[in-house]
Design a protein around this ligand. Structure first.
Ligand SMILES: [Zn+2]
Length: 362
């Protein structure tokens, strides 16, 4: 242990001293000059295929079409398919893998590793790892790329300067050469989510998941990784402050989500509470009153308006507390009472009892 401590400390010091953000920008690269954009010259020969909606039915239809597209890529001698996938481990080691298929067999398996990148970067690495060698195979006119990140694939047509530039430039440059050299050359991108477990994509996905590679030091971070780290640190600080601070009020009700985990504040996907409440203004207002305890109920009047009555109109509670309203009051149908602290149970209770926590509640 002593030896390990002696070894680790200088390695950590060197890592911290040399670790800095990788320079990813090259705004003056000719690919980004107006007139040279791929989208202006070849957009008709690059296509993207994804389901028309997020429903299971549309995904099923899409996978049927993907099967046909893959089969056709394997019977034509001028076609290949590239199946790409990437993943980031908790150790921040990212693995990008790709299989190149021709004539119904894998002709090339490729894998690259990186450290301190985010998922969109590793997905782009995976596409690049498979697509560049595929474009360099002789007499290939048609390439079908199968990926679970079609958003990343679409960035190939983007001409604006972005933090993925240094990864994107070699791919875009090779794509431009490939598309320029023959008018028949085409690239088709197909979406295939990992959850669909499409067998050939699963082969690559399993390979990515099975890969274990130790991080090396010193290591730099991508710009996006560094940004994400700052976001994560701020979010963690915010959540800790929220959990410990009394500023949210003594009566604040800590709900749990469907996985029975206490809901914490977040900036992502519209926040933690509002998207669950939905679009009803009155429901949102009653939910807020119930959650904070700032509501037209006896418990609140007892604190702030001592001259006003505190009892519940049902006659069974001297002080009309929030708990009484939700769990005991006869004025509400007992079958609507929440049986846990999960947020949805309380929202259903409010929806079923429109007078609860409203100013019309006599
Ligand atoms: Zn009552």
């Amino acid at each position: 242990m002593k030896q390990q401590a002696n070894l680790k400390s200088p390695i950590k010091d060197v890592n911290e001293r040399l670790n800095s953000v990788r320079n990813y920008f090259n705004p003056l690269h000719p690919l980004f000059s107006p007139g040279f954009w791929i989208v202006n010259h070849f957009s008709g020969r690059i296509s993207f295929h994804s389901p028309s909606s997020s429903s299971d039915e549309d995904l099923y239809q899409h996978l049927q079409s993907l099967n046909l597209a893959f089969r056709s890529s394997q019977v034509n001698h001028n076609s290949v398919a590239v199946i790409a996938d990437g993943g980031v481990k908790k150790s921040h080691v990212a693995t990008a893998a790709a299989h190149i298929w021709a004539d119904n067999s894998v002709i090339k398996q490729l894998r690259v590793y990186s450290l301190n990148v985010i998922s969109i970067e590793v997905e782009l690495m995976a596409i690049r790892t498979g697509l560049i060698p595929a474009m360099e195979i002789d007499n290939i006119h048609d390439i079908t790329v199968i990926t679970d990140s079609i958003t990343t694939a679409r960035k190939i047509l983007e001409s604006k300067v972005n933090p993925l530039q240094s990864m994107f430039i070699p791919l875009a440059a090779t794509a431009k050469t490939f598309l320029s050299k023959d008018g028949r050359n085409k690239i088709h991108f197909w979406y295939c989510p990992s959850r669909a477990e499409w067998p050939r994509h699963k082969l690559v996905d399993d390979q990515v998941k099975a890969t274990s590679c130790a991080p090396t030091f010193p290591s730099k971070e991508s710009h996006l990784f560094s940004k994400k780290k700052e976001y994560d640190n701020s979010l963690c600080e915010w959540q800790t402050h929220f959990a410990n601070s009394l500023k949210k009020g003594h009566y604040f009700l800590n709900f749990e989500d469907e996985k029975e985990i206490v809901i914490k504040p977040t900036y992502a996907k519209g926040g933690s509470w509002l998207p669950i409440i939905g679009f009803s203004n009155s429901l949102c207002a009653r939910f807020t009153r119930m959650t904070t305890g700032h509501a037209p109920i006896g418990e609140y009047r007892q604190r702030f308006f001592l001259q006003l009555p505190t009892s519940c109109p049902c006659g069974k509670a001297e002080v009309q507390t929030r708990e009484h309203i939700v769990m005991e009051c006869d004025r509400h149908d007992p079958s609507t009472r929440p049986c846990n602290i999960i947020i949805n149970s309380f929202i259903h209770f409010l929806a079923d009892n429109p007078e609860a926590f409203s100013f019309d509640n006599g």
